[in-house]
Design a protein. Structure first.
Length: 433
């Protein structure tokens, strides 16, 4: 039990850092934890993962409000509005967004808990049926097509991912596997670094961290609980949409919050923090990862040879609880701790961001180098072959970044290639053979 709580506390630390230093990849902590301590049970990994992703979004608002450096992607929705706000209003925003995030995080955690308890395979066995699963995965891929609005790019990325992905599906002709000869041995983290992280780091807009004055979180007596709850509901629903769910949540809440700029910013941050928690529902119930961070956990679970929707009902290391009970309870504690931290020491946080921002290139170089070394150490590839494949995936990532196309469909289809092909072959055999 002590080990689990200490790990959650470590996740809080990583979550705070990835929120305050937005250039740091959110998946860094779970990635390193898995490779260096891969004997941890799934309960520990889920707890750490949820603590990190919720914290990174929780503290993203501090970074953007105090220094105008986007702490997470969804803050781009309102970043220009900050130019017209007084320092006093920003101080109240720091407290209001933290409070809204705590409300949203708490409600969405309870929602996740409810869904896992009552909407599960034991109560609804048809959830694992081939027709439903095939329809669900198809809907997920179609959502990528319609959300990105670049049909041919998205379809091409899905086909490329399916071509590279399958590794153990014997229903596929040998010719298919022959196409994979030159790319065999790649890892998920190589895909993530090449297609997502490296292009984001080197092609992102260089914004200078600016600190106007002393900051502190000041309570706003006019705070609207109705707005917080409405935004939390919007975020919870948006979190179930495959793709950029947190950005969609922020945009939807921002546009439905009326004309008051302050309320629009609070709504966007509240919805965003709700969505990053509910996006775990498809993964834990159906093993369906719908965004980048869920793909990370899906890959870790596969590498450990586990079935996540079975493991979450196993007994926890905390006596009398199941894994899902312990994970959700600890997440609630982490959210409370995030609220306390994000409403205190604000000025210290802001000065830390400014002080470290001009050193981010050095920090990122060291961090990315460490990730590559760890991934190379764990892979079966030669050094030359590893960097050739990483270079190819990075080239693809730069092209997608230049064309403003999301790499998520490619990652989704590559990681889930075996599952997708198996589902479609079985569907064909059932209905058309």
């Amino acid at each position: 039990m002590i080990e689990l709580l200490l790990l959650a506390l470590a996740g809080v630390g990583v979550g705070v850092l990835t929120g305050l230093l937005p250039a740091l990849p959110v998946f860094t902590g779970p990635f390193l934890l898995f490779y260096f301590y891969n004997d941890f049970p799934l309960e520990h990994l889920i707890t750490f993962w949820l603590a990190v992703v919720s914290g990174s979004q929780f503290f993203g608002s501090i970074a953007v409000i105090t220094t105008k450096i986007p702490g997470e992607e969804s803050s781009l929705v309102y970043i220009r509005d900050l130019d017209n706000l007084t320092h006093e209003v920003k101080n109240s925003l720091l407290h209001s967004t933290a409070y809204g995030s705590w409300i949203a995080g708490t409600l969405s955690t309870l929602f996740v808990w409810f869904c896992i308890e009552y909407i599960n395979i034991a109560n609804m066995p048809w959830l694992m049926g081939i027709p439903f699963q095939a329809s669900l995965y198809t809907l997920a891929m179609l959502s990528f097509v319609f959300l990105d609005k670049r049909w041919w790019w998205t379809i091409g990325l899905v086909l490329l991912g399916i071509m590279l992905g399958p590794k153990q599906n014997y229903a596929i002709p040998d010719t298919w596997f022959n196409l994979q000869y030159y790319t065999q041995g790649y890892t998920f983290y190589m895909l993530a670094l090449g297609a997502v992280v490296l292009p984001d780091v080197f092609m992102s807009t260089d914004r200078r961290a600016v600190l106007d004055d002393h900051y502190e979180a000041i309570k706003d007596k006019t705070y609207s609980f109705y707005l917080a709850i409405k935004s939390a509901v919007i975020g919870s629903i948006a979190g179930l949409i495959p793709g950029p769910s947190s950005s969609l949540a922020a945009i939807a809440a921002y546009k439905t919050a009326g004309k008051d700029v302050k309320k629009k910013i609070i709504a966007a941050e509240t919805a965003n923090n709700s969505s990053v928690i509910t996006c775990s529902i498809p993964l834990m119930l159906l093993a369906l990862p719908i965004n980048f961070n869920a793909l990370l956990m899906s890959n870790i679970v596969d590498m450990k040879g586990m079935t996540i929707f079975d493991e979450i009902y196993e007994p926890s290391v905390i006596e009398g609880l199941r894994v899902v009970d312990a994970s959700m309870l600890i997440l609630l504690l982490c959210l409370g701790l995030y609220y306390i931290l994000s409403t205190h020491l604000i000025d210290w946080y802001a000065k830390f961001i400014v002080a470290i921002h001009h050193k981010m290139k050095i920090i990122l170089a060291v961090l990315l180098g460490s990730l590559i070394i760890v991934d190379l150490w764990a892979s079966e590839l030669t050094i030359l072959m590893y960097f050739i494949l990483l270079g190819l995936f990075t080239l693809l990532g730069f092209i997608l970044k230049y064309k403003n196309v999301s790499p998520l469909p490619f990652l989704f289809a590559t990681i889930l290639g075996d599952k997708l092909v198996w589902l479609y072959i079985q569907t064909y055999n059932i209905y058309f053979y």
